[in-house]
Design a protein around this ligand. Structure first.
Ligand SMILES: *Cc1c(COP(=O)(O)O)cnc(C)c1O
Length: 386
């Protein structure tokens, strides 16, 4: 048998040799359009703080007031004594925003997806999962012990073939997908998925982590834009809302089941009430002001077309997640470092976050960028062009 320490060293060496070791840069000061990192001041082009709300004064003031009134901690799981009035208010507000009856709060999107998928499927069931689903959806499916059937990314025909082939072998089934895919920046064919879910009488769970606040009328997501009503929608507060935490919404009965069965909800301390207070303030900003979304859209369209004009291989889409294919993990990290040296922070994404052979730079603008910021970014890309 190998010693524990030996196994640790071997695995680290394996990651290092494959250029897959991750080392986070440490940001000094707040999350903003420009970040201070070490002695550098860099334009941030890799945050999910799409609307620039992470340090918005109105959101911060709501958090500060709640901090004064309620303090920080919730003290226990929501099913013991941790559920506070602010949680309920945030759940009601967020469910209404997304267009569902009820909702429940989780401490993160990761915890939410793991809990939701695990709660809605069991050993005898089937989960039909998009090939590119987020790790948290995959982990939830594994935890449920349901049989997982992977369908090709964004391909309703493949899904239908697999539904037909497998459905008689399960008690029930779920279709699980993101709406706006976090690493590919494309959008799932949600109308087709809903049609299939209805005709095969299976559940539909849609993770709108990156879409809420950004896409759809008043930022209410892709489902709202397409008139699709899944059984459960998951949203996170850590991205466009600029806060932290997450929520799932659906019919009251579904949410009641989640409150009882989602292990990451039942067996975890309720999120801080401060996050609910901040989320409610953020929700009003997201809903009531269209111009940040319009600015964001103008930025992503300009970046997408200009990067393609510069000869970069941009994956298609009309969203703020702009994947630029960049060769091997090593080439990807070299490009990312060259951009950083020119004052532009773009994250390189490598396996296992994306499939082998598809390493990429993930370029993400924010509403708080100016036209000049985008020009600066494009000049840096032009300079490092391979
Ligand atoms: C970021 C993300 C999550 C996780 O949300 P956190 O609040 O960051 O834990 C879940 N699903 C998708 C698609 C994501 O991109």
């Amino acid at each position: 048998m190998k010693s524990f320490q030996q196994l640790v060293e071997e695995q680290l060496a394996g990651l290092r040799d494959a250029q897959l070791l991750r080392r986070a840069r440490e940001v000094d000061g707040p999350q903003d359009t420009y970040l201070s990192i070490g002695s550098h001041r860099v334009l941030c082009l890799c945050s999910n703080n799409y609307l620039g709300l992470a340090r918005h004064p109105i959101v911060a003031a709501a958090a500060r007031q709640s901090l004064d009134e309620e303090g920080v901690g919730s003290g226990a799981s929501p099913q013991i004594s941790g559920r506070m009035q602010l949680h309920r208010r945030a759940e009601i507000g967020l469910a209404a925003f997304v267009g569902h009856e009820a909702g429940l709060m989780f401490s993160s999107g990761y915890a939410c997806n793991v809990g939701v998928v695990q709660a809605l499927a069991g050993r005898e069931d089937l989960i039909f999962s998009d090939r590119l689903n987020h790790a948290s959806l995959i982990d939830g499916a594994r935890l449920s012990r349901a049989r997982i059937v992977i369908y090709e990314h964004g391909d309703p025909d493949d899904l239908e073939r697999k539904l037909r082939q497998h459905r008689s072998t399960g008690r029930g089934a779920l279709i699980v997908t993101e709406s706006l895919f976090s690493m590919d920046g494309d959008v799932a064919p949600l109308s087709d998925l809903q049609r299939l879910a209805r005709s095969y009488e299976v559940g539909l769970v849609v993770d709108e982590a990156h879409a809420l606040g950004v896409l759809g009328p008043e930022g209410r997501g892709v489902c709202a834009e397409l008139g699709v009503q899944p059984d459960v929608v998951v949203g996170t507060l850590g991205k466009a809302f600029g806060v932290q935490g997450a929520f799932a919404v659906g019919a009251s009965s579904t949410v009641e089941l989640l409150r009882n069965r989602a292990r990451s909800y039942v067996f975890s301390t309720a999120p801080s009430p401060v996050l609910s207070a901040a989320a409610l303030a953020s929700l009003r900003l997201v809903r009531d002001s269209e111009s940040p979304r319009q600015r964001l859209r103008a930025h992503w369209r300009r970046l997408r077309s200009s990067l393609a004009d510069l000869g970069f291989r941009v994956l298609p889409g009309d969203t703020p997640i702009i994947p630029v294919l960049s060769g091997t993990p090593e080439q990807t990290m070299r490009l990312s470092q060259a951009l950083f040296a020119r004052g532009v922070f773009v994250h390189g994404v490598r396996p296992p976050t994306v499939p082998p052979g598809t390493s990429r730079l993930r370029v993400v603008p924010m509403a708080s960028h100016s036209e000049d910021d985008i020009s600066l970014a494009l000049a840096a890309f032009e300079a490092v062009r391979p």
